[in-house]
Design a protein around this ligand. Structure first.
Ligand SMILES: Cc1cc2nc3c(=O)[nH]c(=O)nc-3n(C[C@H](O)[C@H](O)[C@H](O)COP(=O)(O)O)c2cc1C
Length: 306
């Protein structure tokens, strides 16, 4: 490959699988600034040091080059929208992103897998980027799964691990949607089922599912993956995500079922019945697990949803 082809080099760099972070600071006027970065690396335990590489093309480059403090937020599965906001949105990125302020005055993103509040330790110029090294002054972490990024696309450990049969002919993505104390479902001839669609491309799962829900009049926040399984009999791969819609009246054609009535509901098949029984049980504690396997049996993995 030729080094004179920057696109090829960028693609080669992009083959390295990373997580996704949002790095925040304040500019000279005290305004919050932030950008999406996958150049985050932990550097040292003693002292606790991390680094991230702001590009010179960033509108906030001067703010990061001159900052005394900054924060790094490792995004969770389901926070792709936040990553996209901090990678491209030109308006106020913070008004549309739930966050709070740390002791250093920097923004910590609500729902992140881990946050690191830092004071500046060093700054090194390196070509078209800078290396911003920070000493961690405080950090938080939880059991959520982190959002992945490789080859210019987001990935989710839940979905990738569950993809036992990457060649499945039919791929179905569904959403288990809570709206206040209700579940929004669809009525099929065999019983109730989560809202779902057949995917043209499994890699575009979240986008396709979001588009499908929008055509039904539902704006839902897609969250972590709840269940991934194959049905070898029909050569179908299923992936169900947890989702939240604002409480209110369900759109036409959607069945709103009170969560407390889940136990008595009739679902459209054995796999759905089992999955919804687990949802009913886990919704009581909000300690959701991830199911990976096939329609008959599989494994459960613990994760905490909030
Ligand atoms: C997944 C992902 C990782 C990124 N990593 C970096 C990075 O490490 N450093 C960087 O300068 N820009 C990175 N970017 C690009 C910036 O996020 C993007 O150019 C920036 O947010 C634009 O902000 P601005 O409009 O304020 O200039 C990344 C973008 C994405 C989507």
């Amino acid at each position: 490959m030729s080094l004179s082809d920057p696109r090829a080099l960028r693609d080669a760099f992009g083959r390295f699988m990373t997580g996704v972070t949002v790095v925040t600071a304040r500019d000279r006027s005290g305004n919050l600034v932030g950008f999406t970065a996958n150049s985050f690396t932990s550097v040292s335990l003693d002292p606790p040091l991390i680094l991230v590489c702001p590009g010179k093309f960033l509108s906030s480059y001067a703010a990061f080059e001159g900052c005394s403090h900054f924060a790094v937020n490792i995004l969770a599965e389901g926070q792709e929208d936040i990553s996209n906001t901090f990678a491209g949105f030109k308006g106020d990125r913070f008004t549309c992103t739930p966050h709070h302020i740390d002791a250093n005055g920097c923004a910590l993103i609500d729902g992140a897998v881990a946050t690191f509040s830092c004071k500046r330790h060093d700054w090194i110029n390196a070509g078209d980027h800078g290396l911003l090294i920070g000493q961690v002054t405080a950090f938080t972490t939880n059991d959520k799964r982190g959002l992945g990024y490789a080859g210019g696309q987001y990935f989710s450990l839940g979905l990738e691990r569950g993809a036992r049969d990457p060649e499945a002919k039919i791929n179905v993505a569904g959403a288990i949607i809570t709206a206040g104390d209700q579940l929004w479902l669809t009525q099929t001839p065999r019983g109730l089922a989560p809202l779902q669609c057949t995917l043209p491309d499994r890699r575009a799962l979240r986008g396709s599912l979001r588009d499908h829900l929008a055509t039904l009049g539902i704006t839902a926040q897609l969250g972590p993956v709840f269940s991934v399984f194959d049905d070898p009999k029909t050569d179908t791969h299923y992936a169900y995500l947890l989702a939240e819609a604002p409480a209110g009246t369900a759109p036409d054609g959607i069945t709103a079922l009170p969560i407390c009535a889940l136990d008595d509901a009739v679902f459209d098949g054995t796999a759905t019945t089992r999955m919804m029984a687990r949802f009913a049980h886990e919704a009581q504690t909000r300690n959701f697990t991830l199911y990976l396997g096939d329609a008959e049996d599989g494994e459960f993995h613990a994760f905490t949803s909030n």
